[in-house]
Design a protein around this ligand. Structure first.
Ligand SMILES: *Cc1c(COP(=O)(O)O)cnc(C)c1O
Length: 380
């Protein structure tokens, strides 16, 4: 009984906003004099876009990138008017007026988008802005080489609104030694030079950290803010932002030759103690980590045995002293002993996916930064 307390919480996700701000400042200082925008798409990589953006605004950030217009509109209402929101996925037909009215700045990814924004801008008295994206070789989003040539030959297409930046995105920024970075940047420079002089943006977190001498005019920082490892190898210079701990639901003694979990993929060889904890794949814990992940208790590794269930998973805690762990206790899934990168590597994915999968059932708590409106509960 005593171990449960009065908290009705299955798993606790703590987001350290001070660490987010510290990571922002670190990227700012390596990128100066470039400005640094915060990428807060996908609910700030799953951590809570309003809380994260509020803290970053209070720390001086004024530029925010989302992927979708809806994400930008939600944040627009939550932050003061001098924050600017950019929408990476472009300007969809029929959304021009809504975007213009809310002062959202679209990233224009095609000639069609340029033409539609120009048409709306004509009736807005020159008050609208945009970013122009060029595809420099990733084949994902942005104007083609031909598209840029058309713009270069018809400067009138870019009249009536301010193009704040011309941008591109690198396919291998996390691999700084790759020649593709230089090839893409050369293409970006060549195509940008066809257009009027416009400030440039190409660096995500990885490019900002690996090209500090030349980060362009605007860095678009995402994963680094959230404590993820931006560069594929080497030490992670960012401060940890996320801690995740899960509650122990039950601990049981099982004899040798006993199956554990769905499919009985684990069978005990000797008498064992099994702890069931309250995080499963519905909370974003990768099902791939069945039989190979772990949780930690006071620095001790507790291996996952058997498959990950929807709402729980099972740990082998045989080696712990009996009194060390009981129902109601919390064990660490992300934190000092296990990083996002550890989990991502075991699950054969990237930290971005681990973060963005963290589910809505997790009890999010924000370690406070500044006097800003937050969408979660604030712990002092
Ligand atoms: C997501 C995204 C970013 C942020 O990248 P990180 O690697 O998370 O820093 C920057 N630019 C574009 C176009 C993106 O889609």
């Amino acid at each position: 009984m005593g171990r449960w307390g009065d908290e009705d919480v299955s798993a606790r996700l703590t987001v350290d906003l001070d660490a987010v701000v510290e990571n922002y400042r670190r990227i700012e200082s390596t990128s100066a004099p470039a400005a640094v925008a915060s990428v807060v798409k996908a609910n700030a990589y799953g951590l809570g876009a309003i809380a994260v953006s509020g803290a970053l605004y209070a720390a001086g950030c004024r530029r925010f990138f989302t992927a979708q217009l809806g994400e930008a509109l939600a944040l627009r209402n939550a932050l003061p008017d001098d924050a600017t929101f950019y929408v990476l996925n472009g300007l969809w037909p029929g959304t021009e007026i809504e975007a213009a009215q809310a002062g959202i700045v679209p990233v224009l990814n095609s000639l069609d988008q340029v033409r539609r924004w120009r048409r709306v801008a004509a009736s807005w008295g020159g008050r609208l802005s945009a970013i122009l994206q060029i595809d420099s070789g990733m084949s994902r989003l942005g104007l083609t080489r031909e598209g840029v040539r058309v713009l270069a030959g018809d400067p009138d297409l870019l009249s009536g609104f301010e193009v704040q930046f011309v941008m591109t995105h690198l396919a291998l920024a996390d691999t700084p030694g790759s020649c593709w970075n230089d090839i893409q940047l050369a293409t970006f420079e060549e195509l940008s030079n066809l257009l009027p002089a416009i400030p440039r943006s190409f660096a995500n977190s990885a490019a900002a950290l690996t090209r500090p001498q030349r980060p362009g005019d605007l860095v678009r920082a995402g994963i680094g803010l959230y404590g993820g490892q931006a560069i594929a190898s080497g030490p992670n210079p960012m401060r940890r932002v996320v801690d995740l701990s899960a509650r122990v639901l039950q601990v049981r003694d099982v004899p040798a030759n006993t199956g554990v979990g769905y499919g009985m993929t684990h069978v005990t060889r000797a008498p064992a103690r099994i702890a069931t904890i309250a995080v499963g794949y519905a909370d974003g814990w990768p099902r791939r980590l069945g039989g190979r992940g772990a949780a930690f208790l006071d620095g001790r590794r507790l291996p996952v045995v058997g498959r990950i269930s929807m709402d729980s998973m099972t740990l082998d805690v045989t080696d712990l002293p009996r009194s060390a762990l009981d129902a109601g206790d919390f064990v660490e899934l992300l934190g000092e002993n296990q990083s996002l990168e550890d989990v991502a590597a075991q699950a054969e994915t990237i930290s971005y996916e681990i973060l963005t999968n963290l589910g809505p059932r997790l009890d999010r708590t924000y370690a406070r930064y500044g006097a800003v409106p937050l969408d979660g509960r604030v712990s002092a």
